[in-house]
Design a protein around this ligand. Sequence first.
Ligand code: C5P
Length: 411
Amino acid sequence: MDWAGRKILLGITGSIAAYKATWIIRQLKSKGAEVQVVCSTDALGFVTPLTLATLSERPVYTEFVRSDQGEWVNHVALGLWADLMLIAPCSAHTLAKMAGGLCDNLLMAVYLSARCPVWFAPAMDLDMWKHPATSRNVNELISRPNHRMLGPASGALASGLSGVGRMSEPQEIVDAMEQWWLSTNDQARPPVLDTWRGKKVLITAGPTREAIDDVRYISNHSSGKMGYTLAQAFLEQGAEVMLISGPVSLSPPQGLQSFVAVESALEMHQAVEKYQEQFNVGIFCAAVADFRPVHKKDGKIKKKDGVSPIALVANPDILAEIGRNKRADQFLVGFALETENGLAEAARKKSTKQCDLLVLNHLNDPGAGFGLDTNQVTLLSNMGITELPLAPKIEIARQIIQHITKCYFHS
Ligand code: C5P
């Protein structure tokens, strides 16, 4: 792929992993991209401006003013110039400043001026990474539109300890960029970091139909879009996706490991049970009908026979049953659509259905109803409560996956 004309702002902060940034510059330059380096002063304790300037073939900016030349560095112009801003390595301090909107150096001024997608690759010691303050900052950043977190990976750390906190490998970061450039319309796409390669994700989607007779049924307005979009977003991350879908008018995404089309809650239940042992992550997005007619009448109920009540019986709660029987290594995601007392109801469902993550839909908010391409959700997990702003469903799906990634691999 030709990277000519791609403009990348590379922010480097004070971390031992700064040396890895030199490799990123080399790779990006060799692919034909333009790279402008902006560093924090602490970064220069780890790599020299001469190395960075030589590799990037551009001056390296650190200060607002280059006093030796009387030149003022226009952070706004830099922020607008870039197609993508990558901060790698991103220290705990810079993460906190980004989350808080602080502007005490040129890098932060450029960040605050950037209109392009911002990717950041955290690098820090494992306890710093696990600290609630860092978790809060990360949650804030990943919930911002156009922000993507790469890593951190697990392994040997500069402190001599081993755990999560290593900066993602430069090759992975460059590969993720390539995927992104290759993606259609240059829209912000998530990095494909192979994070979910080899993991199995089961997703239920759409409504169910509970037959009254051969032509009539009880159902709901679920379009299946959120579940299908989650399937697509997990495929982008390398996962093996098994999609079980009620009747919808969508085409299943390419590349699914399996696709099972069902009609009723009982059929969905049966299909889920088949995969119960296999999945690593189970996402129960389907709007399963709570009740079904006790008896389905054969043929068509005739109007001339008059009105007769339809006796209903409760359907199995598929998610609750999987929750009761799940293994410790399985991660369960439930959805709740509430019209009142949303948070309290969602918290209750998270606990009774034994979910690791509960996604609360706000039906009452504009742009977040049935069948729309946008959604607004709140995430409840052991990382706390995270509100995601109204966004296209694909963006919401990617942010939900980032959240699951963090809970599943890093907690
Ligand atoms: O209780 P409520 O229907 O609001 O719970 C919603 C969550 O439970 C969703 O994740 C939905 O897919 C799941 N569910 C289920 N089986 C049911 C009802 C709901 O799996 N019978």
